[in-house]
Design a protein. Sequence first.
Length: 196
Amino acid sequence: MILKYFLSGFFVKVIAGFDDTMTHIPIIGSVTKTKKGRIAFAIGMFLAISLVIGLSFIFASTIRLIPYSKYISACLIFILAFLIYFEVLVTKPKEKVKKELKKVKTISVKRFFKLIGVGFIAAFATIIDDTIAYSGLFLNNIQHSMYIIPGILIATILQLIVVVYFARFFNKIPHKRIITSIGLIILGILILLEII
């Protein structure tokens, strides 16, 4: 039972964060060229993702009070999948973030904490849409959030390792938008069926 909720959190983070990882790879490459700098950037991203998890939990707690909340949540996730696939909402703001962060040339490795701040801003600006996906997961399982959250965090750490160490390989994966959209549609169906 515990494993089910842990894997639910892990699965949702991998799917919802897939497109974000694609965005963070070029950003981290343009902001810092060293391993130490990438690690600082990743710490900032981890802090931003932790904040988004907290916001998702609050959002799910609120939306649970509304009748037919699982249908509302599933609809929001289907809309998010549509927006990601057609690059309506997600990609354009992320492109703007990339351009703005590429202008940051003065950050050195020594300014470790500043890189953490840049990583936090970059991640928060690009993953705020994941609040919907996480909220859908918490909606039917809010009492099991203590098992779901570690799943999300472990997946987050793995994605950050990919961003820091395997950026070139990960960037070659084709059809990223389609993979993310299909994953979100599956998530919405699972929420409607109350499987997760």
